[in-house]
Design a protein around this ligand. Structure first.
Ligand code: HAM
Length: 406
């Protein structure tokens, strides 16, 4: 027997229903916020992810599904959605238009991580990316959208925010941080020591408890922001307070992808174990230019669908549609005609094999049908079909020709 690869799983029955429900709910809300659907390829040039997510990130350094294709192109299965959407934004020359563009997407992402609960190698994200709007109001609106999505799905969350500064204040802060880290490096873990040289900001994100204690005394970026970053971060907090959206400022929130600046945020659930981030995002004002487009401010987020599936409860499904069955072989032609007509207006479940009324009623119940239509021997000779509404229990016998000519 061939099983799915480690860290990958099929979404089937209740899982696939949850998946559709989450995507439908999030898509509707995103469209209300002015986002339109975008679909980009799963496979992209490896260089795209190296240049956007960053060579020093774990995603690019350790987790990429990367290979040479038959044409000797170095390609990669997308580990996240932002890079592809930014690439599409530039490829379609939207960076040349003086306009705002807002896109939403969903689909499979691939990261060769160590699988555990809530951490898969093939997983799904729903994401939104907004281009052209540099104002912090847009950051607020995105956070507000995520809150609306979680409220609609009845999921509790806590929100952590931080500012990662900009090209004015970040380099000065980085220098300060590196000199602090150099002084304590003998006591920091191996990963931290490697990151001091490659990406010192990520040291703040170390999960090692001993490192975290030592890092408590580190200089904080939010105390070293330039005037513009500081006023935007203050404004974001004012907007969240006014909208009664609770949050905490987490000065260690740096995100695992290199493209962020200014606002960074994560939504956390306390009900799904250690892999608790259910959404993450932030501003990435330099990425479009970095990928050879025209400088364009941008901000976005992605939700982790599988983690949300562990939290969501499906609304009770209502009976819907028509179940059709016969008690004799001869009724099949009429049933097929009725089915094809009824499919224009409702869901139809059809049983091809003749069965007793009792067996059909059982199957109709299992199929969740609202109405059952049966052709027995009497109905066959009269050219009629017996119908019953399984909710109101109302019954009637209808002439098949009349039904087909409606
Ligand atoms: P991210 O934080 O890497 O951000 O991923 C977003 C969400 O995807 C996480 O919060 C988590 O719920 C889910 N996720 C990540 N890795 C896994 C995994 N191995 N298994 C299951 N779920 C996972 C991004 O990907 C950015 N592109 C978000 C963004 C969009 N920033 C700006 N625009």
């Amino acid at each position: 027997m061939i099983n799915p690869l480690r860290g990958m799983k099929d979404l089937i029955f209740e899982d696939s229903q949850k998946f559709e429900y989450i995507i439908a709910t999030a898509s509707k809300i995103a469209r209300n916020y002015g986002y339109s659907y975008i679909e980009t390829p799963i496979l992209e040039e490896t260089a795209l992810f190296k240049r956007s997510v960053g060579e020093s990130s774990d995603i690019v350094g350790k987790e990429m599904y990367q290979f040479m294709d038959k044409g000797e192109n170095d390609v990669c299965m997308r580990p996240e959605g932002t890079a592809g959407v930014v690439r599409a934004f530039i490829s379609n020359k939207l960076d040349r238009q003086d306009a705002n563009y807002r896109f939403y997407y969903y689909g499979s992402m691939f990261r060769y991580e160590r699988p555990q609960k809530g951490r898969l190698r093939s997983f799904h994200q729903f994401g939104c990316e907004s281009f052209g709007e540099g104002s912090v109001y847009e950051d607020f609106m995105l956070i507000s959208m995520i809150k609306d999505i979680f409220d609609a799905l009845q999921i509790d969350f806590s929100l952590n925010i931080n500012s990662l500064g900009c090209s004015d204040c970040m380099p000065l802060y980085r220098t300060k941080l590196v000199s602090f880290l150099e002084n304590i490096k003998d006591d920091l873990c191996e990963d931290c020591n490697r990151r001091i040289a490659t990406n010192p900001i990520r040291v703040l994100d170390c999960k090692n408890e001993k490192c975290q204690i030592l890092l408590q005394a580190s200089p904080k970026l939010i105390n070293n922001l330039c005037g513009s970053c500081d006023s935007d971060f203050t404004k974001l907090q004012t907007l969240l307070n006014e909208a009664c959206i609770s949050y905490e400022v987490d000065t260690n929130l740096v995100r695992g992808l290199d493209y962020y600046n200014k606002t960074a945020f994560e939504f956390i659930s306390n009900n799904i174990g250690s892999q608790s981030a259910i959404a993450g995002g932030g501003r990435y004002d330099r990425l479009v230019e970095f990928l050879d487009g025209k400088s364009t401010p941008a901000v976005g987020f992605a939700l982790g669908i599988e983690r949300i599936m562990d939290l969501v409860i499906l609304p009770e499904s209502k009976r819907e549609g028509l179940y059709l069955g016969g008690m004799n072989e001869e009724s099949i032609n009429s049933l097929l005609q009725i089915a094809r007509k009824q499919l224009e207006v409702q869901k139809v479940t059809m049983e091809y094999k003749p069965k007793s009324l009792k067996a059909h009623l059982k199957s109709a119940d299992k199929a969740g049908a609202r109405t059952i239509g049966i052709i027995g021997d009497d109905e066959l000779s009269n050219g009629t079909i017996w119908m019953k509404d399984l909710e109101t229990k109302e019954e009637k016998t209808i002439n098949i020709n009349e039904m087909l000519s409606l």
